[in-house]
Write a protein that binds this ligand. Structure first.
Ligand code: ADP
Ligand code: MG
Length: 227
């Protein structure tokens, strides 16, 4: 069955330029059901971010098939893909990527600017910011926030369109241990509420242990870390 969920079949990603040829992903197959969570671990340079970019439709695989929520994203035209990504996929990176000139509330609303149409977005943004513990900081700017607070805004921004798929690339990688643990708890808690698919690249085995699936990348291949 290829409806809903996430399916990768024998996905490869090869970088080729004058400097040579690098086979980063050499045949990744993955299946995720709606509502599930997946942790991706693996050494630095093993291709975790590359894989997340492919799953996030930011980068095309060199070969293989990808199906996200019942669609083949790479068969779409570029404008259709941009809309699909905007409506269905949320991103949280290691760096918050907030825009410094905008407030917390405005940053949270940024994904809604490209394809307007939803109603009550300010209410939803306010509610989300309340859930991430920032209801008292709506009008503050990123420079006035701590690292953990900025990451909480990035999480609210990623969820504003209620994406069916949330991708997080080492979301706690820049945070101290205590803050990392509270941000990780927040991501897991919001996933349960939203019932979306959650994929997190992490070095934390403790966090990986809390997900419904856990794969490890190594030498361009992925294996079930629990098998
Ligand atoms: P990870 O996130 O696991 O640390 P990455 O996915 O960032 O790993 O990178 C995997 C490998 O792909 C690394 O060896 C990196 O140097 C290589 N790589 C990433 N982007 C490019 C590129 N544009 N051209 C060539 N090699 C690249
Ligand atoms: Mg990476």
């Amino acid at each position: 069955m290829n409806t809903g969920g996430l399916h990768l079949n024998d996905v490869t990603r090869v970088y080729e330029d004058n400097a040579g040829r690098v086979e980063v992903l050499r045949g990744i197959s993955l299946t995720m059901q709606p509502g599930n969570s997946l942790a991706i671990t693996g050494p630095s340079g093993s291709g975790k971010s590359t894989l997340l970019h492919v799953i996030g439709t930011l980068d095309q695989p060199s070969s293989g098939a990808v199906s996200i929520l019942g669609t083949d994203p790479f068969a779409m035209s570029e404008p259709d893909l941009a809309r699909f990504r905007n409506e269905n996929i949320g991103f949280v990176f290691q760096d918050h990527h907030l825009l410094p000139q905008y407030s917390v509330l405005e940053n949270t609303l940024i994904p809604t600017l490209a394809f307007p149409g939803d109603n009550n977005l300010r209410d939803r943004a306010t509610e989300l910011l309340e859930h991430v513990g920032l209801s008292h900081r709506l009008d503050h700017h990123p420079a006035q926030l701590s690292g953990g607070e900025r990451q909480r805004v990035a999480i609210a921004r990623a969820l504003i369109k209620q994406p069916g798929l949330l991708l997080c690339d080492e979301p706690t990688g820049n945070l101290d241990v205590e803050t990392a643990s509270s941000v990780a708890k927040l991501i897991s808690g919001l996933h349960v509420r939203a019932n979306n698919m959650l994929i997190v690249v992490t070095h934390s085995m403790e966090l990986a242990g809390q997900f419904s699936q856990h794969v490890e990348l190594r030498d361009g291949l992925c294996k079930d870390a629990r098998a």
